[in-house]
Ligand binder design. Structure first.
Ligand code: PSU
Ligand code: MN
Length: 311
């Protein structure tokens, strides 16, 4: 069996890449594990629409019945949605380590940022949109819980538009880890490393840029120089959708305490914290999350367009 055949790029995406048209890769673990059904599907479809509205082609990447698909159809997006009442929509969470498992066992899977970066890079897609990046967990200096996202960012040459990282993580150590891996963090109209639900944290980005053309020029410079690895484009949540800092931090602290009490570790940890935070804020965190996705997919489409004009 030749597993190369299990990597499928949609016709539309192939065509766009061939003609140097902008393409934006979209993350799918947010569908399978990051948001509850059916908001997960609505948000995934909204993300695709937003990318199109701002002039790029969306490529949601996931594993459907053992095939890695770059450019999932709407039906395939539904098939990885983990609808609790429909066993056919069951999907695992896959980082790069889980991809061969999903493929060889013919499973459905939603891909983490690490997984998306690897597949986007193989397909030749240079920009991805996500919500927030994975990073060093709270207490990660002892547990060594560091997301594979950070390692993959050093390997795959893709720009990531994200709203920083949630304070379910240790933001300071996440920034230090990126520093060690030489992954640049560009602040889009900000000097502060965004904390996902709020536009600012006490940590700084590396380079501030006030417009998208500068960011695209940075990407081109990095990759033209032959340097591999990602570029993080930190795009803070718009003020009108930001959460109250005390409220969100209280929910995060309580979710973190519960995870410890229940001894939740490894790849189960992030999905558990995300769903607990959503529950503890009565869905307010989910509303903010959706607006962040809208904003990031818009900016990612504009970045992809600007980058295509340079190459
Ligand atoms: N952080 C979020 N939302 C998410 C994730 C992280 O605010 O949905 C997901 C992303 O797919 C990210 C993954 O790549 O969790 C990281 O998981 P882990 O911490 O197990 O590496
Ligand atoms: Mn982890």
């Amino acid at each position: 069996m030749d597993y190369q055949k299990e990597f499928i790029i949609s016709e539309e995406v192939i065509e766009a890449l061939k003609n140097n048209q902008p393409v934006v890769a979209l993350e799918s673990s947010i569908i399978s594990h990051g948001m509850p059904y059916p908001v997960n599907i609505e948000t995934a479809l909204m993300a695709e629409e937003t990318v199109r509205k701002y002039g790029a082609i969306p490529a949601t990447i996931g594993v459907y019945q053992g095939k890695i698909v770059v450019g999932l159809s709407n039906e395939q997006i539904i098939a990885i949605s983990n609808d609790p009442n429909n066993p056919e929509t069951k999907a695992m969470k896959a980082s790069v380590k889980g991809l061969p498992y999903a493929v060889s066992q013919k499973l459905n899977a939603g891909l983490t940022i690490a997984g998306i970066l690897r597949c986007a890079s193989i397909a030749g897609i240079r920009v991805m949109a996500t919500g927030g990046i994975g990073g060093v967990a709270k207490g990660g200096e002892i547990s060594m819980d560091v997301s594979a996202d950070l390692e993959e960012m050093a390997l795959s040459s893709v720009a990531i538009v994200g709203a920083g990282c949630k304070s379910i993580l240790d933001i300071g150590r996440t920034k230090e880890y990126l520093e060690t891996k030489d992954v640049p963090v560009i602040g889009l109209q900000t000097d502060s490393f965004p904390a996902f639900f709020t536009p600012k944290s006490e940590y700084r980005i590396d380079y501030r840029m006030n417009n998208i053309d500068e960011a695209a020029a940075f990407m081109k410079a990095k990759w033209d120089l032959g340097f591999k690895g990602s570029v993080i484009l930190a795009n803070p949540v718009p003020d009108e959708f930001a959460m109250d800092e005390d409220k969100i931090n209280a929910a995060i602290d309580e979710a973190t305490r519960l995870a410890e009490e229940l001894n939740i570790k490894g790849e189960k940890s992030t999905p558990f914290l995300l769903s607990k935070v959503c529950e503890l804020t009565n869905g307010d965190s989910l509303k903010t999350n959706i607006e962040i996705i809208r904003n990031n997919t818009k900016v990612a489409a504009l970045v992809a367009k600007a980058y295509c004009q340079l190459v």
